[in-house]
Every structure is written in structure tokens, then in C-alpha cells.
Write a protein that binds this ligand. Structure first.
Ligand SMILES: [Zn+2]
Length: 98
């Protein structure tokens, strides 16, 4: 665990925490119809936050307990529009310059 920082700096990416998880303040059901089947699935709603791997808080400091997690493979944080992303998380992840 303690070696995480030195490992990252070796790869030259220590200036920004890795964004590996996506969280949303809310979630909503999206109804889709494909053929005869109807599938409901949960999609992110409200502001979207980013978090690192082993942490209880989003990059902006919000407790992850109060947020809904979404799979990073399907919902990468940086793919959301800037209006949807939490500005503080965005800046902490190095995606937006202040
Ligand atoms: Zn945030």
C-alpha cells in the first residue's frame, strides 16, 4: 500500500490521482425497448464524481456512502460532459485547468 505513491511517480503520473471509479449523486431508471423485451436499467443522474481505488471519498471530498457507484467500464468519468461532472473532481483529476 505505502508503495503506491512511488510506483505512480515512476510512471510520471503522480501529480493527479487516478480516476478509477465513477459515482453519481443520483440514479434514474432508463427504460428501453428492444424487440419484445423491455429492459430497465439504472443510469447516473445529477452530478457525477470521480474517486480513486482505495478511498472512502470522492476526489472532491464527498463521502462515497452518499453516492451511487457506476461501473467505470461503462461509465468512464471523463466521458461525461463538463456540465455533468463535479468541477472539483474534474480539477483534481487534472481534466480541467482552473
Ligand atoms: Zn466531486
Amino acid at each position: 500500500m505505502a508503495d503506491m505513491t512511488s510506483l505512480l511517480s515512476e510512471h510520471g503520473s503522480a501529480s493527479h490521482p487516478a480516476v478509477v471509479r465513477t459515482f453519481a449523486e443520483d440514479q434514474t431508471v432508463q427504460r428501453r425497448r428492444s424487440g419484445l423485451r423491455r429492459t430497465d436499467r439504472l443510469v447516473p443522474a445529477g452530478l457525477v464524481h470521480a474517486a480513486g481505488r482505495d478511498t472512502e471519498r470522492a476526489l472532491c471530498g464527498l463521502l462515497l456512502d452518499s453516492l451511487h457507484e457506476f461501473g467505470r467500464s461503462r461509465y468512464p468519468f471523463e466521458r461525461f460532459s463538463q456540465d455533468t461532472r463535479c468541477r472539483t473532481c474534474d480539477e483534481a483529476a487534472g481534466l480541467r485547468s482552473a
